[in-house]
Design a protein around this ligand. Structure first.
Ligand SMILES: *Cc1c(COP(=O)(O)O)cnc(C)c1O
Length: 237
């Protein structure tokens, strides 16, 4: 398995999906998801032009950050894409540039407080539970406006948009319905016109459904297996 070849293939999928959707590929950012992967493939992908990688476990993220600094790669950044316990907010405030899994007012307040203490602002996406499955994290669509209202009082969080994980289905219909729900939430948030909050970013789509997500307006796709190969079960969906 060649990571460079896999990456090229994913980039081609994105370009093709954009062409099919009449969109500019420059609007869609690829976030390689390096969770459960060792350092070497991360370095390979970083050499091919990617600096920010998705992780979901704080312990792994801390270990990888330390190792990358030892190896002389402080330029590599991490984006957290998994549910965060409030008591780990400090780690995110200190080590992470982007957080895509904001799902509660309580966590927002704690992250804002920790970011103020470290003096670093954090890019934030609100994770929406678009499938209604209890097993998926994220805030339910009806609660997003209340969270957004609170985010106006979190100046250290730079709010940029929404993230979702669609239902895992072989049929396109249910997957598209999840993405449509998020686009609808985005529309409601824009209508509410909260000062200082930006909802342009839509992080939707992974290895199995990135084309569908791009057809519905995704601006970020989070891809793990199609780049790095299958994961061991730990950290899998
Ligand atoms: C693991 C993970 C991904 C990547 O999934 P693949 O199917 O490996 O592309 C994307 N988003 C989130 C939130 C994840 O946990």
């Amino acid at each position: 398995m060649d990571v460079a070849e896999n990456l090229r293939h994913v980039e081609e999928r994105i370009v093709r999906a954009c062409a099919d959707a009449g969109r500019d590929p420059g609007e869609v950012r690829l976030l390689p998801v390096s969770k459960t992967q060792p350092i070497d493939p991360i370095l390979r992908v970083s050499e091919l032009g990617y600096r920010r990688f998705g992780e979901n476990r704080m312990q792994d993220l801390q270990a990888k950050t330390t190792r990358l600094r030892e190896l002389g790669h402080p330029e590599i950044e991490f984006c957290v894409i998994g549910h965060l316990q409030t008591n780990k907010a400090r780690i995110v405030a200190e080590l992470v540039t982007e957080f895509q899994a904001l799902d509660s007012v309580h966590l927002a307040r704690e992250l804002d407080r920790r970011c103020e203490a470290t003096g670093r602002r954090l890019d934030v996406l609100v994770q929406v539970n678009s499938s209604g499955e209890a097993s998926k994290s994220g805030i339910v669509p009806d609660d997003v406006l209340a969270l957004a209202a609170e985010l106006r009082h979190c100046p250290w969080l730079r709010v940029r948009g929404l993230m979702t994980i669609a239902v895992n289905s072989p049929q396109p219909g249910p997957v598209l319905a999840c993405f449509d729900r998020v686009v609808e939430v985005q529309r409601r948030l824009r209508d509410a016109a909260f000062d200082g909050l930006n909802w342009d970013d839509l992080s939707m789509g992974m290895t199995n459904d990135l084309e569908l997500a791009i057809s519905r307006g995704a601006t970020c796709v989070r891809v793990g297996r199609a780049i790095f190969g299958e994961r061991a079960t730990r950290g899998a969906q």
